[in-house]
Write a protein that binds this ligand. Structure first.
Ligand code: 9MR
Length: 441
């Protein structure tokens, strides 16, 4: 597969070249949706899609506006595509693939071989009968979609949880330890253009399970077993937070010579804490050259497999949550090409927030500190939790009172010497933001 297309930027160049009104056809074009912002860094931002929701206009509207990669949430699984042995049914999956093609979205195929969501007939097979059935399944499905899939999750969740580093016991595992490499070789033969991924959960940080996957990928690379990518599901909540070594873990896999992808992202929570975690995921991916994209596992909170944890970027009405805004901002802060983020440079600055809160209100003091060179102007950006509003601000000009707010220097405090700092403040109703970013201007 070639590099992901950078459609929004190309559009911008074309508009300028035609001498059209170049007004909006600038980087701003690439900054207003998740897919376009990710594409500007050479990556994608995708989502899981359920075929039976494509007729919901709110759902489809958000899907087609924001996302440039889709993963069928259940429609390509073994139970859906081969309900009776050697009798294939592609209704829901085909619907998603044609919707994607019609809207310029690429497709991640999920999943060819998995211990779960097997049709009853396969659950009851074992030994060579199951091995042949698996090979036939992979060949048929990957051939049906040949040329239309960006990446396949060839094997899903094959390692055990906990500290053993062992393979998960399953009927597939009991056909012999080589079932995974057989699955990858079979998929390569059926669709040579698709990237072939191993996908799992609880492998997002360095631990016994991710070490075991790492050793498998290393071994596959050494022996020429075709593997192109590793998917990190990234289902996070309080008990399983974004790991501190998330980026380092992605990086060590990338260093084995595979792409890495965030494949099923959702983060339980709300407000600023959730928004900060979503931004951390973007920053980790942008910092790893071979992190080619991020997919969330659903669109609205109500579409989620764990709706009670409100883990997604849009609320049940389809309204953008703070997590959406922080994701978009983080994508727009990314490097122009997939590489380690540029050195912030001598003109850079940082912002730290200190909050004085009471029920229903807060005062925030933001300290702007210059980096290795003097500032001649600065802008602080923060995203207010939903329901919060700024009522009064000092030492800065303000762009809005709710949502994402930019505070620009007030003129008299634009100049900050290298290493020096200055303060601004604001008062508001609701709860205040925990963090802010600073940019020299
Ligand atoms: O989101 C999927 C949900 O609708 C299904 O009921 C469930 C059945 O196993 O699978 C969910 O998706 C899973 C994905 O295929 C693999 N990783 C874990 C996901 C969440 O369970």
């Amino acid at each position: 597969m070639g590099k992901p297309a950078r459609i929004p930027l190309l559009t911008a160049v074309v508009a300028v070249a035609l001498g059209g009104v170049a007004v909006a056809a600038t980087a701003a074009d690439a900054a207003t949706t998740l897919g376009a912002s990710a594409a500007a860094t050479g990556r994608y931002y995708g989502t899981a899609v359920a075929a039976n929701k494509l007729s919901d206009s709110t759902y489809a509207g958000i899907l087609d506006r924001e996302f440039d990669m889709v993963t069928p949430e259940n429609e390509m699984k073994w139970d859906a595509t081969e309900p009776a042995q050697n009798s294939f049914s592609y209704g829901g999956a085909d619907q998603i693939v044609s919707h994607a093609r019609a809207h310029g979205q690429r497709v991640r195929g999920h999943a060819l071989a998995w211990h779960s969501q097997q049709p009853g007939w396969a659950q009851n097979l074992g030994g060579t009968a199951l091995r042949s059935a698996m090979v036939n399944h992979i060949t048929q499905v990957a051939t049906h979609y040949r040329g239309q899939i960006y990446a396949w999750d060839v094997v899903n969740e094959a390692f055990a949880d906990g500290g053993s580093g062992a393979r998960r016991d399953s009927n597939l595992q009991r056909t012999g330890n080589d079932w995974i490499e057989v699955a990858f070789r079979t998929a390569r033969a059926a669709d040579p253009a698709a990237k072939l991924c191993y996908n799992d959960y609880n492998t997002d940080g360095q631990n016994a399970k991710s070490n075991a996957v790492y050793a498998m990928v290393q071994d596959f690379k050494a022996r020429g077993v075709p593997i192109d990518c590793v998917g990190f599901q990234s289902h996070f909540n309080a008990a399983s937070p974004v790991p501190g070594d998330y980026q380092a873990n992605l990086q060590r896999f990338a260093a084995l010579g595979v792409d890495v992808q965030i494949t099923e992202l959702d983060i339980e929570g709300s407000g600023q804490a959730q928004a900060d975690n979503y931004a951390r995921v973007v920053r980790a991916c942008l910092a790893v050259t071979r992190c080619t994209g991020i997919s969330v596992w659903g669109i609205r909170d109500t579409d989620s497999w764990r709706a009670g944890g409100t883990p997604l970027l849009f609320d049940g009405n389809g309204t953008k949550k703070p997590a959406y805004t922080s994701t978009l901002n983080a994508l727009n802060g990314g490097a122009a090409t997939p590489s380690t983020p540029a050195d912030p440079g001598p003109g850079a600055c940082t912002a730290s927030v200190s909050l004085n809160s009471w029920p229903g209100g807060f005062v925030a003091t933001v300290r702007v500190t210059a980096g290795g060179a003097a500032l001649t102007g600065w802008t602080v950006t923060t995203t207010l939790p939903s329901g919060a509003a700024v009522t009064n601000a000092w030492n800065a000009r303000i762009s809005s009172t709710t949502g994402t707010v930019r505070f620009t220097d007030a003129g008299y405090n634009a100049s900050v010497p290298a290493g020096g700092s200055t303060e601004l403040g604001f008062q508001g109703t609701g709860s205040g933001p925990a963090s802010a970013t600073c940019a020299a201007s």
